[in-house]
Design a protein around this ligand. Structure first.
Ligand code: 2AM
Length: 184
């Protein structure tokens, strides 16, 4: 019935708490600032601005929406497959099917899609970042290492083609978080 449908949230996830939350925003802005100056990055810029040949200011290009979080299960108020099962099973953190949406990623361990969306270009839905992550993991699983482009203070920056960049952090960034759900 309708009531049953609306009792499930838009999504469940971990919500990052202060002050780590602010620190992560600053770190990502600093990263974009540095990225903006790298010749190797500029060389491939067209791969993800899809030919728009105007200057791109990365700090403006990516817009963040809402609180920083790591989605564990997107339920879409119960319309998404497995939403009800997820909500009813308190021990299951990562759904079984989140990695299946990208070809070549279905054999990755549960939770491989875990990520915090820091920002998206205009017109790009936040769901895209998880799919991008799975794509890179699938390429890596296929034995491709990517092209190591720059050793940065934060970590190693590699290029996987088609606008896919990966920064592998030297040190993990730890943050306290609160598990909750959003009804939106
Ligand atoms: P995100 O987890 O990659 O940031 C509300 O839209 C939240 O649910 C966003 O955080 C978004 O992406 C995530 N989301 C939206 N649609 C989704 C989908 N089809 N599958 C998984 N997560 C989704």
């Amino acid at each position: 019935g309708q009531l049953e449908g609306t009792s499930l949230p838009l999504f469940f996830g971990w919500f990052l708490l202060s002050p780590a939350k602010e620190k992560i925003c600053c770190t990502s802005m600093d990263f974009l600032k540095t990225l903006d100056t790298l010749e190797a990055f500029k060389k491939h810029l067209n791969d993800f601005t899809q030919g728009a040949d105007k200057e791109v200011d990365l700090e403006q290009y990516f817009k963040s929406k809402g609180p920083l979080h790591c989605t564990t299960k997107f339920c879409n108020y119960g319309k998404e497959d497995g939403a009800k099962e997820y909500a009813q099973n308190p021990l299951l953190l990562w759904p079984a099917d989140a990695e299946k949406e990208v070809e070549g990623a279905s054999s990755l361990p549960l939770g491989s899609r875990a990520h915090v969306t820091l920002g998206c270009a205009e017109g790009v839905e936040p769901v895209q970042t998880g799919l991008d992550l799975l794509e890179i993991l699938a390429v890596q699983q296929g034995g491709q290492k990517g092209e190591l482009v720059e050793e940065m203070e934060l970590g190693s920056l590699s290029y996987y083609g088609e606008g896919r960049w990966l920064l592998s952090l030297r040190e993990p960034i730890r943050t306290p978080a609160c598990f909750s759900s959003v009804y939106g």
